[in-house]
Design a protein around this ligand. Structure first.
Ligand code: SME
Length: 169
């Protein structure tokens, strides 16, 4: 797949363009979750907002820790995906172990990467916290190599923070 900026709503090739996109996403998300505390509704809308706004994605969604050693698939957008991921396995399980975002420029170079979709070439996984404890991750996949960088990790992290506030309210 070739990525043409002209086909997208945002140019994502500069940090400034990305920051503009994330500022817009924060504003839209704040409106979407306003007054709503239902976690399934908010995470479903979060996935849809990100997937339908950000160019160059083939999957965006949540995995939650149902037990301390296993993630289970949550609300997402994209093709059906792997349901259970052990803590410490793949990019998602490694993010749980580290407790911080992981940017994978080339999934073929990440030891233990779990390929739910063979078309995925790069990935960003951001942890989700509640009351200081990690409760899951938000995972973005792209068919483009090197789709995500530190600006994306920070931008998606800022959106996840807005979501986390709905859980604690
Ligand atoms: N690639 C992930 C698995 C989840 S899917 O990409 C939706 C991983 O390695 O943890």
């Amino acid at each position: 797949m070739t990525f043409h900026l002209s086909e997208t709503a945002y140019g994502t090739d500069t940090p400034e363009a990305k920051q503009t996109m994330y500022a817009d996403l924060r504003s839209q998300l704040t409106g979407l979750v306003h007054g709503e505390t239902d976690w399934i509704a908010n995470t479903a809308n979060f996935s849809s907002l990100v997937f339908n706004t950000m160019p160059g994605l083939n999957w965006a969604g949540f995995y939650f820790l149902k037990t301390q050693d296993e993630l289970v698939l949550g609300p997402f957008q994209g093709k059906p995906a792997c349901i259970r991921i052990k803590r410490g396995r793949g990019v998602c399980g490694t993010t749980v172990e580290k407790g911080e975002a992981i940017v994978v420029a080339d999934v073929h170079e990440f030891p233990g990467h779990i390929a739910c979709d063979v078309n995925s070439r790069s990935e960003l996984v951001v942890p989700v916290f509640a009351k200081g404890e990690i409760i899951g991750v938000f995972d973005l996949d792209s068919p483009l190599p090197n789709r995500f960088d530190a600006v994306d990790a920070e931008g998606i992290g800022s959106l996840v923070k807005i979501l986390e506030q709905t859980l604690e309210s």
